[in-house]
Design a protein around this ligand. Structure first.
Ligand code: DOR
Length: 424
């Protein structure tokens, strides 16, 4: 494949300029100002587009095994390439949970057959994600797990978490924390503040997150385990992350687009569509997160793609399912949230850094690396969830005008999405 005439930006090799890029046998093998195609080579015109190392979403829920009515690995992988992602890491809150090498392998087999995005399983930290029993982390990693998390839940017992981190000390995959103290959160359906009081709904305060971020970063320091904090939503988390790193803690963190763009007040208008864990916070939390992105205090842009059925999301906010689909809006939503973010930084957050955090191929266009490429452009479009490849149609971004979109997704040198159409 020859990608012609695009602006190639690859932060890993300080590259930014208009070049052609060639991929042969799934590997990037040529970058130059003008390349002639090999005989029979597929040509992709990238004029007026940016050509970037493939985007990697390190936080998605693909629902298989267990909940195919919400999403399958195949529909989730289609949504990934539709949104410009060449790879995703899928969280273990499936049924059964991803807590055995067999389930890790099962997911890899199904994803391989789907032949769309690369799928990297994140295995659980505790058996059945029940927060009590450690797992064999080396065996899970040998089967293909790239990281460990009980995401969806917090490991509430600090002793269990510390002991698990020590047991996983010889395994390279990081621990990923979902930070919400269940004893503070209780039955909350949104953030606790003026908006929840006005709506008369039970809320969870920001301290429910901050307390676990502080705790887990201390466990990271104490155990020297590589750590990643998922979906920061509070200004307190940003400060705690920053301070911990200044104290030598080896940790990274991510944000999700909804926490940058929506606030607790949005619930009055959006209702169940905007119900998510951790919840949408206050105006100054969202502003602190956006500033943290600008100041390079956030490492990764993730989506927390969490599809549910239409019935589950149309219920009253007290009982509606928590979370919403994100893969197909992320590129545009991030551009909308921080329009002044330099493209180089945008690409670091979506590709260079998640590849490094997970230790997976890609994240660069260096010669000899996998031919995973995302082509995108600053073209306006309107979100129509009915057109999503994901089974999950509920999104707070419905009908919004977004300023950027993925134009083509190339995985291992094969075109998987072009101009919004997924190529099976
Ligand atoms: O809103 C959420 N939904 N947050 C999570 O952490 C889990 C997710 C889900 O699996 O639905």
């Amino acid at each position: 494949m020859l990608i012609k005439g695009g602006r190639i930006i690859d932060p890993a090799q300080e590259l930014d300029g208009v070049f052609d890029l060639g991929i042969t046998n799934g590997v990037i093998d040529r970058i130059a100002e003008h390349l002639e195609p090999h005989a029979g080579e597929e040509i992709i015109d990238a004029t007026n587009c940016v050509v970037a190392p493939g985007f990697i979403d390190m936080h998605v829920h693909l629902r298989e095994p267990g909940f195919p009515e919400k999403e399958t690995i195949a529909t989730g992988a289609a949504a990934a390439v539709a949104g410009g992602f060449t790879a995703v890491a899928c969280m273990p809150n499936t049924n059964p949970a991803i807590d055995s090498p067999q389930i890790v392998q099962q997911i890899l087999t199904i994803a391989g057959n789907a032949k769309l995005a690369r799928v990297y399983p994140v295995a659980a930290i505790t058996r059945a994600r029940a927060g009590a029993e450690e797992l064999d982390y080396a065996a899970l990693q040998a089967a293909g797990a790239v990281a460990f998390s009980d995401d969806g839940n917090t490991v509430m017992n600090a002793g269990v978490l510390r002991s698990a981190a020590l047991a996983a000390g010889n395994v390279s995959g990081c621990f990923i924390s979902h930070c919400e103290d269940e004893h503070i959160k209780l039955d909350a359906v949104m953030h606790l503040g003026a908006a929840s009081e006005k709506l008369g709904l039970p809320g969870s305060p920001a301290v429910a997150e901050d307390i676990i971020v502080a705790r887990d970063l201390q466990i990271a320091k104490n155990t020297e385990k590589a750590w990643h904090i998922a979906h920061l939503s509070t200004k307190g988390s940003v400060s705690l992350m920053d301070w911990s790193r200044s104290q030598g803690v080896i940790a990274t963190c991510e944000v999700a687009p909804h926490h940058l763009l929506f606030i607790d007040e949005s619930i009055a208008e959006l209702g169940s569509r905007a119900k998510v864990n951790p919840p949408l916070r206050e105006r100054d939390d969202a502003a602190a997160l956006r500033n943290a992105v600008r100041e390079s205090k956030i490492d990764v842009f993730a989506t927390d793609h969490a599809p549910h059925t239409a019935e589950e999301k149309s219920a009253d906010i007290s009982t509606a399912a928590v979370g919403f689909t994100g893969l197909e809006i992320a590129v545009g939503a991030y551009a909308l949230a921080i329009p002044d973010l330099p493209l180089r930084r945008f690409i670091e957050l979506l590709s260079t850094n998640p590849a490094r955090v997970l230790g997976v191929p890609g994240g660069t266009l260096k010669l000899g690396t996998v031919g995973d490429v995302t082509i995108f452009a600053d073209r306006k479009w309107i979100v129509e969830s009915g057109k999503f490849y994901s089974k999950g149609k509920a999104t707070p971004f419905e009908a919004m005008n977004l300023p950027r979109r993925a134009i083509a997704t190339i995985v291992g040198g094969e075109l998987k999405m072009h101009e919004g159409r997924v190529l099976q």
